[in-house]
Design a protein around this ligand. Structure first.
Ligand code: NAD
Length: 292
């Protein structure tokens, strides 16, 4: 069994990006600039956005954080998106999800200019991904693909089972793994809350991608000997005895599943850090060869 170490892999990618940024500066190219928009006071979202901004700074990027409280209207948010779309210094930006209930998430995501959509959520970019055209891949699935590649995990002809069909993880993951290329060329089964024979399917998986958001849902008897296990889940579980009052749990019962697996991602330190590294890669790509 080998750990797919997202923390170390993401560190290596960030170091490569920092070198790239220095080279760009020396060549008279623009410093990549990422903006993040945070609406409301969701604790987890604040933590994610802060990590993204910190990661930008460490790689030599410029970063801008636009914060609004939960009373921000859809109209005000669309106005912010419009400003960021038209700000030539901003190469890419993200609107942190989830948004407060009174804001139409899809409308906001569609308002983001395709060329600055470094989260890869715009319908046009999702279509380009499905057609294997150059685009921004959604950060979490992109991070998983990079991790599979860097650890040289065999994927061709393998049966990949994805649990979860969300637009940000499960669905794009199923598309990427079935594309013609490496990592890819898998035979993919996508499962969800209405799947009736889930355990039968997971037991057939050579590669199991778990993204449903239920702590320790996947147990040892649900996986095949030698399977590759990618745990996307992040759930805060109350733990009053700890300093923070909670611990982070993945969707896989790591201790019992790990001994059966060939490769496995831990939580924390697996998929999470890779998501941030991918966002930075997308922002670097968005900066292209624009002059300083
Ligand atoms: P979501 O809630 O949007 O989707 C969950 C999916 O799981 C749905 O498609 C649903 O049909 C499916 N599902 C629910 N119960 C099921 C069951 N019993 N059997 C089979 N399928 C079932 O979730 P999401 O946004 O895709 O996130 C999933 C998890 O991944 C969450 O814990 C989230 O916090 C985490 N996440 C982590 C990262 C990261 O960077 N590591 C990024 C995004 C999401």
């Amino acid at each position: 069994m080998q750990i797919l170490d997202g923390k170390a892999t993401s560190k290596a990618i960030k170091e490569e990006i920092a070198v790239e940024v220095e080279k760009r500066k020396a060549a008279g190219l623009k410093t990549p600039h990422l903006a993040a928009v945070l609406v409301g006071d969701d604790g987890a979202s604040q933590t994610y956005v802060n990590s993204k901004v910190r990661a930008c700074e460490r790689c030599g990027f410029k970063s801008t954080l636009v914060k609004r409280d939960g009373s921000c209207t859809e109209e005000e948010l669309l106005e912010i998106v419009d400003q960021l779309n038209n700000d030539d210094d901003i190469d890419g930006f993200i609107v942190q999800l989830p948004l407060p209930k009174h804001i139409n998430e899809q409308k906001v995501l569609e308002a983001v200019k395709r060329e600055k959509d470094v989260d890869g959520f715009h319908p046009e970019n999702v279509g380009r991904m499905a057609l294997n055209l150059p685009t921004f891949l959604p950060a979490t699935p992109y991070g998983i693909m990079q991790m599979l590649e860097r650890y040289e995990v065999p994927t061709q002809g393998k049966h990949a089972v994805v649990i979860g069909r969300s637009h940000i993880v499960g669905s794009p993951m199923s598309i990427l793994l079935s594309r013609n290329g490496y990592p890819g060329n898998c035979t993919v089964t996508i499962t969800h809350s209405r799947t009736t024979n889930l355990e039968e399917l997971t037991r057939e998986a050579d590669i199991l991608i778990v993204a449903l958001g239920r702590p320790e849902f996947v147990k040892a008897d649900m996986v095949k000997e030698g399977a590759v296990i990618v745990d996307v889940g992040i759930t805060r579980v109350e733990a009053p005895e700890t300093e923070k009052g909670y611990v982070i749990k993945g969707d896989v019962a790591f201790d019992e599943v790990a001994p059966k697996s060939s490769f496995i991602t831990p939580v924390p330190g697996g998929v999470g850090p890779m998501t941030i590294a991918s966002l930075l890669k997308n922002t670097l790509q968005a900066a292209g060869d624009k002059p300083a």
